[in-house]
Every structure is written in structure tokens, then in C-alpha cells.
Design a protein around this ligand. Structure first.
Ligand SMILES: Nc1ncnc2c1ncn2[C@@H]1O[C@H](COP(=O)(O)OP(=O)(O)OP(=O)(O)O)[C@@H](O)[C@H]1O
Ligand SMILES: [Mg+2]
Length: 275
């Protein structure tokens, strides 16, 4: 699959208030699909739990950190690490993010800092990163509607919401969409929800089928047609620090295909949203 026409850097936040709703897993696997499609990709882990950077990519922050760049309105370049996948980069989370999240570190214009840092990176690509701009930036958000999530939403063109369709997950979904609406209203009027992605669900069970139906009735076309089924293969791929599309073995190919289908749908929506 070729990337086709390249375009300016676009930013997607992957967010949901609900913990464990597959935000990090979605970010990790979508990054793999985008890389496979020929794009240059930067993942930003803005969750102090450090799941995406440390656990999934196996990369820790060094002395140049995301939190320092946010606090000082500095350069992101030296805090970005290459991964073992050429063209795929990670900006890992660090402990300093906790004090930004709690409000302990007060920053003037605090919600706007990531956008400011990313705008600088887009306009002056870093020599350490090959001076080429990124095609896509994916931001993995924490499971909270706090200043870190708002920074991500303010810096983004699109929001992707992985959904746990069960009762608790649906409540959190409403709150998450409300938070996106306030980001649009106060900071980022062009921000668009690109889709709700039902994830980690077993559609062979009657219960999961019925709760998926409820989400589709509530949110209509906003919900992606593709559902990412629950499987140990998905967990194994993250454990092996290898996005599904790069996992060897037929047992992974079904799940890799699900994420490729997700991207097909999202790519169409991006076209539609700009059309
Ligand atoms: N399709 C799937 N099949 C099986 N397990 C999955 C699937 N998607 C995610 N998981 C597992 O569910 C758990 C939560 O996933 P993940 O860490 O991606 O969620 P999260 O929303 O980022 O969590 P948090 O809110 O803590 O950041 C992980 O153990 C992950 O491996
Ligand atoms: Mg996570």
C-alpha cells in the first residue's frame, strides 16, 4: 500500500476518560498501520503512566523531556526518540508530567503549550530527526479530563475515541465528548471527532453485541464500522513491543487487518472532513 499524496502534518489525539479503553493499544497499532502505509509518524505519550513509551515501545525519557519542553515552551526535538521501526518516532512520557497534571506546576497559558511546541516542530523540523516533517502525530492521552488531555486536544486536528461499550464506558464516553466540545469552544474550533472505535470487545457474545448496538444507536455514523475484537494476540503484540502489522505469524494477521480497516475508514473520514 503506498502513501499516495503526502500532506502537511496532521495530529490525532486518542482519548477517553475511561481507563483501560484501549487508547494506548489503538495509538500503537494505528502508528504501525500509518508507517506501513508509507507515512512518517510521531507518537506522543502524554500519559504519566508511561504505557505507550516505556511499556509498548520500550523507550524511556532521558534528561530532555516532554514536561520540560511544555514548562519552558521549548524544543521537542531532543526529547524525541527513534524506534526500531524506521520512520516511527516516540516522545515518551516522564515524571514531570504528573506535576503539570496536578496543577502543582503552574504555567501561564498552560493548555496551549503542546500546540506551541508542536507548531515549532512543524515549522522547523529537527536536524536530529532528519529534517523531514512528520505526516502524522498521534497523541496517547491519560484516562482523565485534565490539563494534559486539554493540551493534547488543543494541539490536535482530530480526536479518535476508543470505546468500551459496557455501561460504565458509555457514561465516560458522554463526559469525554463534552470535554472535546469545551476544547472546541474555548481553544480549538476546528477540532473534529474523527470516530468512535469500539475496541476490546467480543462480538460473539450476546452481551457485547447488544452493548455495541446501544452505542451505535446513540452515536450513529460517528462509530466506526470496524470493531477491534478482544484477543490475546493484541495483548501479545504490545508485550512484544511490535505493532500487529509487523508481527510475524498468521495468528496476528486478522487483528492487523482490523487496524488496517480502521485506518481505511479514518482516511475516508479525513477526506470527507476536508471535502
Ligand atoms: N483488542 C484487544 N484485545 C485484548 N486485549 C486488549 C485489546 N485492546 C486492549 N487490550 C488490553 O486492555 C488493556 C487496556 O488497554 P490500553 O492500555 O490500551 O488502554 P488505555 O485506554 O490506554 O488504558 P489507560 O486508560 O490506563 O491509559 C491492556 O492490557 C491491553 O493489552
Ligand atoms: Mg493508556
Amino acid at each position: 500500500m503506498g502513501a499516495g499524496r503526502k500532506f502537511m502534518t496532521r495530529v490525532i489525539s486518542v482519548t477517553n476518560l475511561k481507563g483501560g479503553s484501549a487508547k494506548s493499544t489503538t495509538t500503537f497499532n494505528l502508528a504501525g498501520v500509518l508507517l506501513e502505509a508509507g507515512y512518517r509518524v510521531l507518537c506522543i505519550d502524554i500519559d504519566p503512566q508511561k504505557t505507550l513509551g516505556e511499556a509498548f515501545f520500550g523507550i524511556q525519557a532521558n534528561n530532555k523531556t516532554l514536561s520540560a519542553a511544555l514548562i519552558n515552551d521549548g524544543l521537542l526535538g531532543s526529547a524525541i526518540h527513534a524506534t526500531q521501526f524506521e520512520g516511527l518516532y516516540i516522545l515518551p512520557a516522564d515524571d514531570g508530567l504528573k506535576s503539570i497534571k496536578s496543577g502543582q506546576t503552574l504555567i501561564e497559558g498552560g493548555e496551549l503549550r503542546l500546540r506551541s511546541c508542536l507548531t515549532r516542530l512543524k515549522n522547523q523540523p529537527d536536524p536530529m530527526l532528519g529534517l523531514k516533517p512528520f505526516d502524522w502525530v498521534l497523541i496517547d492521552c491519560p484516562p482523565s479530563l485534565d490539563r494534559l488531555t486539554m493540551n493534547a486536544l488543543v494541539a490536535s486536528d482530530y480526536v479518535l475515541i476508543p470505546v468500551d461499550p459496557g455501561a460504565g464506558g458509555r457514561g465516560a464516553l458522554g463526559d469525554t465528548i463534552e470535554y472535546v466540545t469545551s476544547a472546541q469552544k474555548w481553544y480549538n474550533p476546528t477540532l473534529k471527532i474523527i470516530g468512535l472505535l469500539i475496541s476490546n470487545t467480543d462480538t460473539r457474545t450476546v452481551y457485547d453485541q447488544s452493548v455495541v448496538e446501544v452505542v451505535r444507536e446513540m452515536y450513529g455514523d460517528l462509530v466506526c464500522k470496524t470493531v477491534v475484537n478482544a484477543s490475546v494476540r493484541v495483548r501479545e503484540s504490545s508485550e512484544a513491543q511490535t505493532p500487529l502489522v509487523f508481527c510475524k505469524g498468521n495468528e496476528y494477521s486478522r487483528y492487523a487487518a482490523m487496524y488496517r480497516n480502521v485506518w481505511q475508514e479514518l482516511a475516508q473520514r479525513v477526506g470527507q472532513l476536508h471535502g
